[in-house]
Design a protein around this ligand. Structure first.
Ligand code: SAH
Length: 635
């Protein structure tokens, strides 16, 4: 009776396991599909079918008499070996880019050894003469166990595949940081607190260290189906989409995934369909504050070009150019230096079609037929006659020319994973849908793939630094981007300038949302507010140095030191000599905002609009090819 029950349970387990696997594969395929990740879609389908066939082959194989030697048995053994090896190789090819070169090679080596071992088990060990029954049983046991373990491992890998792949594309703690020192709202507000609102909703009862944090622990496990309905008729497109992902996934999504969707979802992301900058928009950035910012960056770029030996062609790349104001001011400011201007090929890396159009307009671009043919169009900025092109990612910018890269307020828009210390160790903060259909934070009940990045980040920090922290943010995309930048600079020569607000060390809990110049709840009406996080400059330095021995990292220094050393004081004085009273007022305010610290002392306007200086809150770092020597401002 008991053995019958056990038998029926054993029959049932594979069915349950397959239902579970099928649901997860479907949600992963859906997710990969909505992100246009067709390679992932094909990969999951292949592995899913492969696992199914492997199961069938294993069952048929174990139903054969142990000592039988027939073509059918040989075929089954070959099929099992082939399916196992090809799936394992598939996983390695898919996820090797997540690892360093050494890690990827090690992974390949493990798989090669594993597959060879399997070949040995099936075709040599298992094929020994059946003289000894006892050793025959042992051999059967080995091949059986090896294959079962591998199949189970592959199932688990398949379940994690989506999250791992999402991390790879694209491709870290004391007190809470106050948001007043982050991305600039257009004015300070004495009536509203500069602290970001508390976004967490529920009580955390997981150990003493979270006394001030309110996050619920997701006890349903990551892959359990949600019990609540997530549909709300008044939900925006993006909210429906986010809830759809959570629903199909059958569990919460990481903060990074939420941030990425909110900012850059191709249909409804914050940046995608509108101009979010300036007083009419949601926040203001340095190039929008004053023309002097772009002009000073122009001075730095030109000095680096000189140090590079004045190459006749150079790629000038801007990552996330917003309205294109920085580049326009840079071109205007340097337009008199003919050799420099004639060497430039401008590449704008921008994901938003709306902002691309705005950049096209602000750079006064015209599309003209190329000289060599009728198909290709060239786009020229009429400000200086410089060719301009647009790309969705840095990898798409043609290589082979010396390159100068500018990343102003770009890194802060890259998605971060958040971790919280709990009694059971570091847990990832995730976003789920609550019973009332609003979003809420939960803690992952088990380890998540992003933990790898946390471990990687902690490797670069001292144990004491980490011991002090209860929360850590890590930004894998920042590390990946820095790798790409360092490799490009190493192979093509040149340098990169990174300007952003952040810390020269691990960042604790800095993610914030700004709508219409006010800090708002991160989870409130996603897509209608900017999300940004402190930049971890130390991790940029480590990843650049790790990526190439040919590059050297300078800084970070404060924006005030940087602009001061480039001569912004002389520039403001020169401009003040020839302007109206109104322009003079705006120049003074702009200058203060760029280099000052705290509230402007001379301000006579309304109290709630007193400008806050960005001079010490923004940091500047340079990554340059060692051949170029030390760039100006960092000497
Ligand atoms: N540098 C500009 C704008 C900063 S806001 C300024 O200082 O005014 C961030 C910019 O990066 C926007 O233009 C946004 O559309 C772009 N962006 C954000 N994430 C991106 C991504 N993943 N790929 C390309 N562009 C991105």
């Amino acid at each position: 009776m008991l053995s019958n029950q056990r038998g029926s349970m054993e029959d049932l387990m594979p069915c349950i396991s397959y239902c579970f696997l099928t649901t997860n594969c479907m949600s992963t395929i859906y997710k990969a599909y909505v992100h246009d990740d067709y390679v992932m879609v094909a990969f999951i389908i292949y592995v899913y079918i492969g696992l199914f066939m492997l199961d069938r082959c294993l069952t048929a194989f174990h139903h054969l008499p142990p000592r039988e030697s027939s073509p059918k048995k040989t075929f089954l053994k070959f099929a099992i070996w082939f399916l196992t090896s090809s799936i394992l190789f598939g996983f390695v090819c898919e996820f090797a880019p997540l690892f360093s070169v050494v890690g990827a090679v090690a992974l390949f080596a493990i798989v090669v050894v594993g597959c060879s071992g399997l070949f040995y088990v099936y075709f040599f060990l298992d094929d020994k003469p059946a003289s000894e029954e006892s050793s025959g049983k042992k051999m059967e046991f080995v091949s059986d166990q090896v294959c079962k373990a591998l199949t189970n491992m592959m199932r688990k890998l398949l379940l994690q595949a989506s999250a791992l792949r999402r991390l790879s594309t694209a491709h870290s703690l004391p007190s809470l940081l106050t948001s007043s020192s982050r991305r600039c709202s257009s004015s300070s507000s004495k009536t509203t607190s500069p602290q970001p609102p508390i976004t967490s909703l529920e009580h955390l009862d997981d150990g003493p260290s979270q006394a001030t944090s309110k996050i619920s622990i997701d006890r349903s496990a990551l892959y359990n189906p949600p019990e609540h309905s997530h549909e709300h008729s008044s939900d925006s497109e993006l909210v429906k989409h986010l809830k759809g992902i959570i629903k199909f996934r059958g569990g919460p999504i990481s903060v990074a995934e939420y941030m990425e969707e909110v900012l850059t979802n191709p249909k409804a992301g914050f940046y995608i369909n509108r101009d979010v900058f300036g007083t009419e928009g949601d926040f203001i950035t340095s190039p929008e504050v004053s023309q002097m910012f772009g002009e000073m960056i122009g001075v730095w770029v030109m000095c680096l070009w000189e140090q590079m030996g004045q190459p006749s062609k150079v790629n000038l790349v801007e990552l996330g150019p917003g309205r294109g104001t920085l580049m326009a001011d840079l071109l205007r400011g340097t337009s008199k230096f003919k050799n420099f201007i004639e060497s430039l090929q401008i590449h704008m890396v921008e994901c938003s079609p709306t902002l691309q159009k705005l950049q096209h307009k602000n750079l006064k671009c015209v599309d003209e037929d190329s000289h060599n043919g009728n198909v290709d169009k060239r786009t020229i900025s009429m400000l200086t006659g410089t060719p301009v092109s647009w790309h969705a990612a840095l990898e798409q910018v043609p290589s082979g020319l010396p390159t100068i890269i500018i990343a102003h307020e770009f890194y802060d828009a890259l998605p971060v994973h958040q971790f919280q210390r709990a009694s059971r160790g570091w847990c990832e903060k995730m976003i789920d849908v609550a019973e009332d259909s609003s979003f809420r934070f939960v803690l992952s009940p088990q380890s998540t793939p992003a933990k790898l990045y946390l471990m990687e980040r902690c490797k670069w920090a001292g144990a004491e630094e980490i011991a002090k922290l209860d929360q850590i943010e890590v930004c894998p995309k920042a590390i990946e981007l820095t790798h790409t930048i360092a490799k490009r600079i190493s192979s093509d020569g040149g340098g990169a300038l990174v300007i952003d607000y952040g810390l020269d060390g691990i960042v604790s809990d800095s993610l914030q949302a700004i709508r219409k110049h006010k800090f708002v709840n991160i989870l409130d009406n996603p897509g209608s507010a900017d999300l940004s996080a402190y930049v971890d400059f130390a991790s940029i330095r480590h990843s650049a140095e790790e990526a190439s021995d040919d590059v050297i990292v300078h800084g970070p220094i404060t924006q005030s030191q940087f602009l001061g050393s480039l001569g912004i004081n002389f520039r403001v004085e020169a401009l003040l000599k020839n302007c109206t009273d109104e322009q003079a007022e705006s120049l003074r305010t702009g200058y203060w905002r760029l280099v000052g610290e705290g509230e402007a002392p001379f301000w006579e306007g309304p109290d709630d609009q007193v400008p806050i200086g960005m001079g010490t809150r923004y940091l500047v770092m340079a990554i340059v090819n060692k051949k170029q020597g030390i760039p100006v401002s960092f000497q």
